[in-house]
Design a protein around this ligand. Structure first.
Ligand code: UN1
Length: 509
């Protein structure tokens, strides 16, 4: 729940200044190359990260392997207490994280608040799961004279590989689930946002989670590849591109030794369908939030809006009106709706896409950019009218909304096209007709279906989040089945008849 704006305004005056970033203790332990970390909005140096070397990784891995049985044996109650303590420390440090989220990831102040809240929610949710699932063994039915007990244990060492767009929430979430289940964790943050991750890890250690149980391994794709090809890793929890998820899958499969588990949350080609019964004001509000909040840099974000032909012009006019009112600029200003995209590479990719759309003759509307945005990695929010979702080759991870029109009675075809992309993450519907909702619900192959509301900002515990097909393996983050994927099941069966064990069988024989 975002705090009151007034309260936020008070803190803002202090937190919008650029304070020196304390060097997290963990970074000091590493030996590798020192790399600058830049603010997306200004290019200013925010701090430095030290890339983990092969030797750092090897050492971290042996520590994680050695610590795992102890962490597993600690049990769900104890692990939960430590995760709760960590959540409290993260919450207390919200202003520091908001500051880093703005400077390292270009997040608006409000996105910074939501980021910390989500991380705290993940820690507490998975702590509750640890208490419920990793306590007493579950007795299972069997013939008389036999006792069967099912216990959950950690699988071993998990590598968590996380994205820059949720540098705290999706950095902490999978790591917390892996820890809750009794695994030790090597956590690799995105190379763009290592400082937020380092602070989070420091606070987890301060909360009492042992250093060998949760270790930071900063670095680029090479560090990620070294992690996933190591036979000592028993599972990987990854959030990022579909291509990288495929590469991780291949890397896990190519190893000798234990068969690795992959939990992946990847991209989307998320659509929203609006029919003629929808309420235009509500549609406008939800479209703008879904497509442009967080500068469109959420995997849940709306990419393709389908408007029923007979209301399309009216809706489009209203959406363009709200689009013109978006405040683009420095994320330190509380009024800012759209901050920068993460880096120059991301900006260029979006620019290439818009150039291609213009070349192909699709109508394009773009916001003019305030002069203060000329130097950072700002990308002007854009609307493009296209024929169908199948005109797009791939997800565009930024503030670009594509619009299509569809004739009344052709929603089945629209859904077939959406499903044909192979992605299945979020889908929105604005309709007041129950049969339409049931029809879409039955036909859509997506993980999260949102009706008459925006389609971003899934709440931990209420809207477990994740997709299918090219969008991920499931299970859903922040849902009741997530933690169990990080666990292995062991069953003990005991012969409880008087003579006991094989002796009685031999005697009977
Ligand atoms: C992501 O952007 O990588 O519902 C996934 C939401 C967020 C999306 C997180 N949970 O908007």
């Amino acid at each position: 729940h975002p705090p009151e704006m007034a309260e936020l305004r008070e803190k803002l005056a202090y937190w919008r200044q650029d304070h020196p970033v304390a060097r997290p203790t963990l970074m000091a332990d590493l030996e590798g190359e020192k790399i600058e970390v830049h603010a997306p909005q200004s290019g200013k140096v925010v701090g430095h990260q030290i890339m983990a070397t092969e030797r750092d990784l090897d050492l971290a891995m042996s520590r994680a392997v050695a610590a795992q049985p102890m962490w597993d044996a600690l049990g769900g109650q104890e692990r939960a207490a430590l995760l709760i303590k960590a959540s409290d420390l993260l919450e207390e440090n919200m202003p520091r994280f908001m500051d880093l989220c703005r400077r390292e990831a270009g997040k608006t102040m409000m996105d910074g608040v939501l980021e910390v809240r989500e991380a705290v929610d993940f820690l507490r949710y998975y702590a509750c799961e640890a208490r419920m699932l990793f306590g007493a063994p579950q007795p299972l039915p069997g013939p008389t004279g036999e006792q069967n007990l099912l216990r959950l244990h950690g699988r071993g060492v998990f590598a968590t590989i996380s994205p820059w767009n949720f540098p705290l929430a999706i950095f902490m979430g999978p790591a917390a689930a892996a820890l809750a289940a009794g695994n030790t964790v090597l956590a690799k943050p995105a190379e763009q946002t290592p400082l937020i991750a380092a602070l989070a890890i420091d606070l987890c250690h301060e909360a009492g989670i042992p250093k060998d149980v949760l270790q930071l391994v900063p670095g680029d794709g090479k560090v990620g590849a070294a992690l996933t090809s190591d036979p000592r890793i028993t599972g990987v929890a990854f959030t990022g591109s579909t291509n990288t998820a495929h590469a991780i899958n291949r890397s896990l499969a190519a190893r000798d030794g234990a068969i690795g588990t992959l939990i992946a949350e990847t991209g989307g080609m998320n659509a929203m369908i609006v029919d003629s019964s929808a309420l235009p004001e509500q549609v406008t509000r939800d479209v703008v939030a879904s497509a442009f909040q967080s500068a469109g840099q959420r995997c849940s974000a709306l990419r393709v809006l389908y408007l029923q032909e007979d209301v399309a012009d009216e809706m489009l006019e209203m959406i363009k009106g709200a689009f013109k009112a978006l405040v683009i600029g420095d994320p330190a200003n509380l009024e800012t709706d759209v901050g920068p995209v993460i880096d120059a590479e991301a900006r260029e990719k979006l620019q290439d896409h818009v150039a291609e759309m213009i070349e192909d003759g699709f109508p394009v509307w773009r916001r003019s950019m305030p002069t203060e945005c000329e130097h950072g990695n700002f990308f002007s929010p854009t609307i493009v009218e296209i024929g169908s979702i199948l005109d797009l080759d791939e997800e565009q991870f930024g503030p670009i909304l594509h619009i299509c029109r569809f004739p009344a009675g052709s929603m089945g075809k629209v859904l077939d096209d959406i499903n044909a992309t192979g992605y299945g993450l979020t889908l929105g519907l604005h309709s007041r007709i129950d049969e339409t909702r049931h029809f879409v619900e039955a036909r859509a192959k997506v993980g999260n279906f949102y009706v008459n509301r925006n389609q971003i900002g899934a709440v931990v515990g209420s809207q477990p989040f994740g997709g299918e097909g090219l969008s991920g393996t499931g299970p859903k983050a922040g849902g009741p089945h997530y933690v169990t994927r990080f666990a292995t099941e062991r069953v003990t069966t005991i012969d409880t008849t008087a003579a006991g064990g094989n002796a009685s069988l031999l005697a009977a024989g």
